[in-house]
Structure formats: structure tokens, C-alpha cells
Ligand binder design. Structure first.
Ligand SMILES: Nc1nc2c(ncn2[C@@H]2O[C@H](COP(=O)(O)OP(=O)(O)OP(=O)(O)O)[C@@H](O)[C@H]2O)c(=O)[nH]1
Ligand SMILES: [Mg+2]
Length: 252
């Protein structure tokens, strides 16, 4: 497990959502208010990185957590957990990143990986994107759905790696198919390169923001439901969003 007590990097101090073409463009009013009051406790949220063997999961996590790239990474056996610290809206926050094994024989009890995960990242290799890869993305998505609740608590990302190996035309072709598939499985779509580092920090910042916004949003919701008077009074200020309302109804 990577050391958790390294000094916090400048780019891990976040006040605004990382740009994305999808969904929330910034933290909800409820989350901002809660963070301002200083009542939000330190958080640790779990992200699972899945995908077929050799698509580049370990290289991606290694680039994010250790700022390095190895051209000959050893294949993952079971899984490795890395901790990456952020400070979001003034609240200390840790992402627990689970890098899992793609090879069937090196996976352990997969169902247990997904327990309490709030983000799942499905990775595919852009350079070798073909019918098989798209089918295996769908297979991974089915697996994720089997082991997680469908109430919207788990955020999905579909990530194409090895962009540095692709020609312009290959990128266009992969995007055409990838964006469509991401919409189909309700995931955010990103393409990046662990070798050059392109978009890797942006991507993990985005993951951290999405996880943080959802977790604090849920905490605020729970507090409101424990104290309905408080809820009535602060409803406008707290700007409870539709996603949070949907989560509240979930019984999982
Ligand atoms: N050029 C290039 N090579 C990459 C990139 N990401 C990963 N690779 C290479 O692809 C190979 C497989 O990468 P891994 O990260 O080990 O793949 P994995 O998905 O973790 O594989 P498993 O652990 O077996 O599930 C390695 O040789 C990496 O160096 C990238 O962005 N660009
Ligand atoms: Mg690996």
C-alpha cells in the first residue's frame, strides 16, 4: 500500500470541479454550505479500477500516485490499494484507489472488491480497441451492476488509455464508439495516456470531486432527515438536488 502521509501536492487542493462535459459542473450548494460550516468530517472513499488484462490499469494508477511510468509493469495479482490525499473545499479527503487484476485467474473474490465503492473506473486500451474490447467493457459493466446498487450511488467512468500510441484517425474512431458506449452505460468518458501523463491528474481530480460531492451530499441529506425542522428551514439554502433526492429513496 502506498504511503498515505506524503505532503499534499498543490494540484490536490481543489476548490472547483475539474472540467468535464458530463453532469455536475460544480459542487452543489448543499455541499459548499456544509463544508463552510466545518462540520464535514475527514473522508476516505473507495474507487475500483477494473478492465481486461494489459489495458493499462496499473500504469494509470502508478502515474497518478507515484508520477511514474514503467514500460514493463508486472501483471497484477489480486489487487493493490493506493491512497491519494486531496483537500476539497477545505476538507481533507482520501481516495482509496483499488487497482484490480484483469486476468481471470489472478482475481480473488471479486464481489468483495465492490463493497462500499463509490466510483468504478472501467478501463480499455485505445490502441487495441476492437469489437472484443467493446464487448469486454459491456461484460465489466454487467459485473459492476451485479455487485453494486443501481440507485446512483456508484459513479461510473469509462476510460481509454494509451492515447499516445494512437493516430488522429484512430482517436476519432475510438471516440465515436466509446462515447456512445459510455452514454449507454451511464458513464463519464475520458481518454488519456499514462506514458505522457496527459489528462491523468485531471481525471483523478474529477473522480475525487465526484466522489466527494456525492458523499458530502449524502451526509447532508442524512442530517436533514434526522432533523426535519432543520430541513424545512434550510431547504432553499441547501439546494437539495435531484440526485440526492433519488439516493434518499434508495433502501440499500
Ligand atoms: N504506450 C503506452 N503504454 C502503456 C500505457 N499504459 C500502459 N501501458 C503499457 O501496457 C502494458 C500493460 O499495462 P498494465 O498497467 O500492467 O496493465 P493492467 O491493466 O494493469 O494489466 P493486469 O494487471 O494484468 O490487469 C505495460 O507494458 C504498460 O507499460 C500508456 O498510456 N501508453
Ligand atoms: Mg495491473
Amino acid at each position: 500500500m502506498a504511503a498515505a502521509n506524503r505532503a499534499l501536492r498543490e494540484d490536490r487542493i481543489i476548490q472547483h470541479f475539474t472540467q468535464s462535459m458530463y453532469r455536475e459542473r460544480d459542487f452543489s450548494g448543499a455541499v459548499r454550505n456544509a463544508c463552510k460550516t466545518g462540520k464535514v468530517g475527514e473522508k476516505k472513499l473507495k474507487v475500483i479500477v477494473v478492465g481486461s488484462s494489459s489495458v493499462g490499469k496499473t500504469a494509470l494508477v502508478d502515474r497518478c500516485c507515484n508520477r511514474q511510468f514503467h514500460s514493463n509493469t508486472a501483471l497484477t495479482v489480486g489487487m493493490d490499494v493506493h491512497l491519494e490525499r486531496f483537500c476539497i473545499l477545505g476538507v481533507p479527503f482520501t481516495l482509496e484507489i483499488w487497482d484490480t487484476a484483469g486476468q481471470e485467474k489472478h482475481r480473488c473474490i471479486t464481489a468483495s472488491y465492490y463493497k462500499n465503492a463509490c466510483v468504478v473506473v472501467i478501463v480499455f486500451d485505445m490502441k487495441n480497441a476492437n469489437q472484443n474490447s467493446w464487448e469486454s467493457v459491456i461484460g465489466w459493466h454487467t459485473e459492476v451492476m451485479k455487485h453494486t446498487c443501481s440507485c446512483g450511488k456508484v459513479h461510473l467512468f469509462l476510460v481509454g488509455t494509451k492515447k499516445d500510441l494512437c493516430t488522429e484517425q484512430e482517436i476519432v474512431d475510438v471516440n465515436t464508439r466509446g462515447i456512445r458506449l459510455a452514454e449507454q452505460i451511464n458513464a463519464e468518458y475520458w481518454i488519456l495516456s499514462a506514458l505522457t501523463g496527459e489528462k491523468v491528474d485531471d481525471f483523478f481530480s474529477r473522480v475525487a470531486c465526484v466522489a466527494f460531492n456525492a458523499a458530502v451530499g449524502r451526509e447532508v441529506e442524512d442530517q436533514e432527515h434526522r432533523n426535519p425542522m432543520h430541513r424545512e428551514r434550510d431547504l432553499v439554502d441547501l439546494n437539495v438536488d435531484i440526485a440526492a433526492e433519488r439516493q434518499r429513496k434508495c433502501k440499500c
